[in-house]
Design a protein around this ligand. Structure first.
Ligand code: SAM
Length: 321
């Protein structure tokens, strides 16, 4: 895990908008060439993964089906949307990729301009659109063109006039400064190679007094080293998650105030095997982030792991002045 302090800078100047383009690799000059390469590779892996999901070429793995797990954990944990909410949105907008329901906690007012970071097929944008109404506007941003295509088809089919989807990276959003009342995001920022930059750019586009309400995967404790290594190249939503204090720390460092963890819920990884080799370690076969890991853990690590992964909702405000 990157040390967030390395990336924290005082309120950075607003960045100019480059339509749909990625500027992050060239702008993150603190990184060595190798680190930039690996950031590029991770970003590509994330984009490929969600491109395949959007195009329907990436079905759940046999292991995921067997274990009934989604990318973040057990499907049975996911009761984030009510039937009424799901009935309101276009068919195909819910790909089951979220980690919560930021709209429920966002207290949307009529006429607000709302941005959804990593909008996928549009589920939260469509829900937000009902609440902000025809005097408001919702803009979904996603870096995966297949997701944007899917979301636009969903919007057009149902005739949404107040929802728009823009191709772009959430580290450098295709949005003007001080133009947004509310930012929401659902299980996306954990995937970013530069989380600190995401919150700096969120700060830039929010109006003074604007708020951000995020659902995301966080960690209560660092993963054991052996799990960190096993997940190092994985683009999954848990692999790149941060410990809660670090996550809240970069939000504060971006300039936000009243940074608050609104609610959180443990996700318990599915695990098998209770072999205890003579060394006293435990051999485990664990599903994390859709990946099956065969690892050997100490009893303490094994028990802590059950209390490590959280799905959490965070809210923060841009100061009025
Ligand atoms: C786990 S899915 C969540 C989708 C949606 N929020 C939902 O709840 O269904 C993550 C989405 O974020 C997008 N994404 C990931 N990293 C991104 C980045 N750095 N910039 C823009 N979009 C990104 C992916 O393309 C994908 O559509």
């Amino acid at each position: 895990m990157t040390d967030p302090k390395e990336n924290i800078q005082e309120n950075q100047p607003a960045k100019s908008y480059q339509c749909c383009g990625s500027k992050s690799e060239e702008q993150n000059t603190n990184l060595t060439k190798d680190e930039q390469l690996s950031e590029t590779a991770i970003r590509k892996a994330v984009r490929d993964q969600y491109g395949a999901i959007a195009s329907g070429t990436n079905s759940p793995t046999d292991e995921q089906l067997l274990e009934k797990t989604s990318c973040c954990g057990g499907k049975e944990d996911y009761t984030d949307y009510s039937n009424e909410e799901l009935e309101q949105i276009p068919a195909g907008a819910n790909l089951g990729l979220g980690s919560g329901n930021p709209i429920r906690l966002a207290e949307i007012q009529k006429g607000e301009t709302i941005v959804d970071l990593g909008s996928g097929a549009g589920i939260d944008c469509f829900l937000a659109a009902q609440e902000t109404g025809e005097t408001g506007k919702v803009i979904g941003i996603d870096m995966t063109s297949q997701m944007i295509d899917k979301a636009r088809i969903n919007a057009d089919r149902e005739g949404y006039q107040n929802v728009e989807f823009r191709l772009g990276e959430i580290e450098h959003m295709p949005m003007a400064d001080n133009s947004v009342d509310l930012i929401v995001s659902n299980c996306v920022i954990n995937l970013s190679v530069d989380k600190s930059q995401v919150f700096k750019d969120a700060f830039r586009i929010l109006k003074p007094g604007g708020r951000i309400v995020v659902s995301d995967i966080m960690l209560q404790y660092e993963f054991p080293e052996v799990i960190k290594q096993a997940l190092a190249d994985s683009p999954g939503c848990v692999s790149r998650a941060w410990v809660t204090d670090e996550y809240l720390g970069v939000i504060k460092a971006a300039g936000f105030e009243q940074v608050e963890l609104l609610e959180s819920q443990l996700i318990t990884p599915q695990k098998k095997h209770t072999d205890e080799p003579s060394s006293g370690t435990r051999k485990r076969s664990i599903m994390i982030s859709g990946k099956k890991l065969e690892v050997e853990l100490s009893p303490e690590e094994d028990e802590q792991l059950q209390n490590t992964i959280l799905k959490a909702h965070v809210r923060a405000y841009k100061p009025q002045v």
